[in-house]
Write a protein that binds this ligand. Structure first.
Ligand code: UDP
Ligand code: MG
Length: 322
């Protein structure tokens, strides 16, 4: 058997998307069909879904040999699912997109054509976000602007993971050992020729978001701790600032006590300073803790994900048998 070269891999992380999979698949096929002579593979990564997503995917894979799937032993998270897809992709270009149809499959053509003009990364920038809460839009807006200010690398504002990357970038990502995969940051960090196209982010087709507030917070903190030391420095600045203020207060207290000799019990000032110091100390210890816990997981070096079943090796098995 000859080893056919794959032009395009499409990676789809799936967590409880049983009602989106068929529609998503057919839209992707229609979209890729418009690309002439494009050898593709579609990689579904089932991130421990509790519904029938996996059955749906396996059924589709029986009719289409370009459809690959990786089934995780449990839920490992969106970024890890994408990373597993990237690690196992064979395409010259790799598209990353959500499987809830928020990232419109017809944009794949635009991403691919743009990349073909000689770009290693083309990310899709959201012109409009349909059907998302004001809270999400607002926090995302503030967060990405903050992240941009406090990190050295240029993480694009208003862009999710929907993008195309070249094999060159894929190979570098595979070498990155960190456990917290903040992919949009890592891809920005890699460099090369990057550009963007604009698109309208759609409403989720069926179901509801799988990103709870706590998952979102964790993800947001991953972005900051992997790319910025600013919070640690901020803790130091805060320490200095509070020390200076305390020193001035101390002088004032001594002045009152010995020069004016007019002093009261001072309960208010004591309780205020205790509360203030307590707050500052907890914040700074918390910041340090965030970094240490991430160092811990990087030292443990557990595997990023565990595969329960996959059809990735099917072809190779066939090849060795032939
Ligand atoms: N997802 C995943 N693992 C998770 C959570 C989400 O693989 O633990 C997938 C999900 O199926 C979808 C994509 O990641 O394809 C984006 O998730 P979601 O739509 O819930 O996030 P949102 O669009 O609301 O940010
Ligand atoms: Mg979504």
């Amino acid at each position: 058997m000859t080893n056919t070269n794959i032009d395009l891999s499409i990676i789809l992380p799936v967590y409880n998307e049983e009602n989106n999979i068929d529609l998503l698949y057919s839209q992707i096929i229609t979209s890729i069909g418009q690309l002439k002579e494009c050898n593709y593979e579609i990689i579904f990564v089932n991130d421990g879904s509790q519904d029938n997503s996996l059955e749906k995917i396996i059924n589709l894979s029986k009719t289409d040999s370009s459809l690959k799937y990786i089934d995780f032993s449990r839920n490992f998270g969106h970024q890890i699912a994408i990373f597993a897809g990237i690690e196992n992709s064979k395409g010259d270009y790799v598209v990353i997109m959500d499987s809830d149809l928020q990232d419109p499959p017809e944009e794949i053509i635009n991403l691919y054509n743009k990349a073909k003009q000689g770009f290693d990364v083309v990310y899709a920038k959201r012109k409009l976000r349909k059907g998302e809460s004001l809270f999400k839009k607002l926090t995302a807006k503030i967060y990405y602007r903050l992240l941009r200010r406090i990190t050295k690398c240029n993480i694009p504002v208003d862009a999710g993971d929907f993008r195309i990357i070249s094999k060159k970038v894929v190979d570098i990502l595979k070498q990155m050992p960190e456990q917290e995969k903040y992919l949009r940051g890592l891809i920005a960090w890699v460099g090369f020729k990057q550009t963007f196209i604009e698109y309208e982010r759609q409403q989720r087709a069926v179901g509801k978001t799988n990103y709870s507030i706590s998952k979102m917070t964790r993800f947001a903190l991953d972005g900051i701790t992997s790319f910025s030391d600013f919070p640690l420095r901020f803790a130091t600045y805060l320490g200095f600032f509070v020390s200076i203020v305390s020193f001035i207060l101390m002088l004032w207290a001594l002045y009152q006590r010995f020069i004016i000799k007019e002093y009261v019990q001072g309960w208010t000032s004591i309780i205020l300073s205790v509360l203030f110091m307590g707050g500052i100390m907890l914040i700074t210890i918390g910041i340090i803790g965030e970094y240490i816990s991430r160092m811990g997981s990087n030292i443990r070096k557990r595997p990023l994900y565990i595969i329960n079943q996959t059809n990735l090796d099917d072809e190779e098995d066939k090849e060795t048998r032939d």
